[in-house]
Design a protein around this ligand. Structure first.
Ligand code: ATP
Ligand code: IP8
Length: 252
């Protein structure tokens, strides 16, 4: 079976998270060039929402559930993050990567904030043909709440488990998980207690770094390690030559 790599581009690296849907096209071009140089890798790409989705999700209180007042927020949030998805796909295609956008709203169903169904067999099939599926954190219909936000981080864990991926990376705007300014090289359930991990510095409805680590520790429990590193180290992660960030692993 093809060894698939699941890579998430943090919303903080492809948008200016303090602005209003401010897409960093120059950064996207650089990332796309790097990924084009690794065309032999069977890649499944996920990206976060950054400033294209988090502000809408917060404004319409999507995670609190749907009421008569906030139904348009499903459209507004999905449209914002879909515009970012189109920009990511365009940048990749311009660099010669056979990328195609996939929207979780179309194929997922959640219950109390967690995906309960999510088709991945077509995604596996795409990678067999050199297609790079590009998914994103999204608003998803929820059987209990009406709707919820499924983060790119939740998608990463879901995809890695479903596709049997052993290489899972999250590129962010920080060099890794930091403690007193220094990168913590390894985190497991026993060491996380002693760390000071917060949310995001900007609008973020999915828990920032704290939410990310909760997802990745659950993935580690299922036997799959993952890596958080600076976006400039994507090439080194793909080459497995040392990303200098944090590895999230099961307790030894
Ligand atoms: N101990 C910590 N080490 C590193 N970053 C931390 C820590 N605690 C909080 N953070 C914050 O977490 C942020 C990264 O999480 P964030 O969710 O913003 O990333 P992202 O995945 O790029 O964004 P998005 O959720 O939009 O995809 C950092 O920019 C930093 O502000
Ligand atoms: C806010 C939306 C639409 C998705 C959030 O995904 P994340 O940026 O990966 O947390």
């Amino acid at each position: 079976m093809t060894e698939r790599v699941v890579l998430k581009l943090g919303g903080s690296v492809i948008t200016d998270k303090s602005g209003a849907c401010a897409i960093d096209h120059a950064r996207l071009r650089d990332i796309a060039e790097e990924l084009a140089a690794h065309r032999e890798t069977a890649l499944v790409l996920v990206h976060g929402a950054g400033s294209c989705g988090h502000p809408e999700a917060r404004r319409y209180r999507i995670n609190d559930g749907l009421t008569d007042d906030n139904v348009p927020g499903v459209y507004e949030t999905h449209t914002a993050v879909s515009s970012l998805n189109a920009a990511v796909v365009d940048a990749l295609r311009d660099a010669g990567v056979e990328a195609i956008g996939i929207h979780p709203l179309d194929l997922g169903l959640a219950e109390d904030g967690r995906l309960v169904s999510f088709e991945t067999r077509h995604i596996a099939e795409m990678t067999e043909h050199g297609i790079v599926p590009v998914l994103h954190g999204d608003v998803v219909m929820d059987r209990l709440r009406g709707s919820c936000i499924v983060s790119g981080d939740q998608l990463v864990t879901r995809l890695a488990a479903a596709l049997g991926s052993r290489r899972v990376g999250l590129a962010t705007d920080v060099t890794g998980v930091l403690q007193n300014g220094a990168v913590v090289p390894r985190i497991d359930r026993s060491t996380i207690e002693s760390l000071d991990v917060g949310g995001s510095g900007n609008t973020d409805v999915t828990g920032g770094m704290r939410g990310k680590l909760a997802e990745l520790l659950a993935l580690a429990d299922a036997g799959i390690d993952s890596h958080i590193f600076h976006v400039s180290k994507i090439g080194r992660f793909l080459d497995d030559t040392g990303h200098g960030g944090t590895t999230i692993t099961a307790k030894e």
